[in-house]
Design a protein around this ligand. Structure first.
Ligand SMILES: NC(=O)c1ccc[n+]([C@@H]2O[C@H](COP(=O)([O-])OP(=O)(O)OC[C@H]3O[C@@H](n4cnc5c(N)ncnc54)[C@H](OP(=O)(O)O)[C@@H]3O)[C@@H](O)[C@H]2O)c1
Length: 267
């Protein structure tokens, strides 16, 4: 039997997920989108061939309901979802910082909730989703959600207590890599490279190193050791990073992100 999917909120992340789900082979006739603005609804119909309607219509008959609105819009959306959601449906929240208990309190008993933290590389099909199911989500239903989200990247299932750590490592993580790229580009320009050449060198190095790390069974420190000969150029850079406290700073930054995530979710 086919899976019926409702996507509530087709902004940046909602449309990204919608595209990924359709690309993965889910027929457009099994996906319904809810969007408030008529002009945007027309755009989505034209671009994706999906039905675009109001939230209540989209949710009726849906097996999986993806909530992809800004956190401040979640209470209003849940008010529209609660009266019409099917008892066996799974509601998946992509909204940062909102706890499973908030969804459960607003939805009828038995409706499963999955809290998911995405990241922006989902825009290019290379996202990372950390997902946490509520007690009402069966293994089969969790598998359905994992398969849907995997159309936009990789998925790790974690307990909800790990969501602040997920936010700190992969949710905010792309910004850390962009920060590294900014520094490599700035230093390259300072050393006399043309800006576009410096950007190409840094970008392809980040991409290539990530691909090597993803494909290798070795830990990153071993991959790093292999390009670091004693007293060579890489050794000079890494020694300087250590002296300047770069690694300690990065670790402290990730911890600060987790602490801020905890504060924002009111835990
Ligand atoms: N970890 C990350 O890096 C990351 C990245 C992206 C997104 N996210 C999460 O994803 C969620 C969406 O973010 P976004 O960047 O995609 O935001 P966005 O571009 O503002 O999209 C939200 C969409 O929801 C629509 N909307 C609001 N209320 C609605 C309602 N009652 N019914 C139907 N649609 C409604 C908005 O329509 P209008 O514009 O007409 O109001 C807008 O199109 C957020 O909760 C965010 O926390 C996380």
């Amino acid at each position: 039997m086919s899976l019926r999917v409702a996507v509530l909120g087709a902004g940046v992340m909602g449309e990204t997920l919608l595209s990924a789900i359709l690309r993965s082979g889910v027929p457009a006739s099994d996906v319904v989108v809810s969007e408030k603005r008529a002009e945007r609804a027309d755009e989505l119909r034209a671009a994706h061939g999906v039905e675009v309607t109001d939230t209540a219509d989209a949710v009726r008959g849906a097996d999986v309901v993806l909530v992809v609105v800004k956190p401040q819009d979640v209470p209003a959306v849940l008010g529209d979802v609660a009266p019409v959601v099917a008892p066996g449906a799974t509601v998946v929240s992509l909204a940062a910082g909102i706890r499973i208990a908030t969804f459960e309190a607003a939805l009828p008993d038995g409706v499963g909730v999955v809290r998911a933290m995405p990241n922006t590389p989902a825009l290019v099909g290379q996202g990372m989703f950390g997902v946490s199911p509520s007690a009402a989500v069966t293994a089969d239903r969790l598998e359905q959600v994992v398969t849907l989200l995997a159309s936009g990247g990789r998925v790790a299932v974690v307990p909800e207590s790990a969501q602040d750590a997920v936010t700190a490592v992969s949710g905010s993580g792309p910004a850390y890599v962009f920060y590294l790229a900014e520094a490599m580009i700035a230093a390259g320009i300072d050393l006399g490279l043309e800006p576009d050449v410096a950007r190409t060198l840094a970008t392809q190095t980040v991409l290539g190193a990530a691909a090597l790390l993803a494909e290798s069974d070795d830990p990153p420190e071993e991959l790093r050791r292999r390009v670091t000969s004693p007293n060579g150029t890489t050794h000079a850079a890494i020694t300087t990073f250590d002296t300047e406290g770069v690694r300690a700073g990065l670790e402290a930054g990730v911890r600060a992100a987790a602490a801020r995530s905890q504060e924002l979710s009111g835990a």
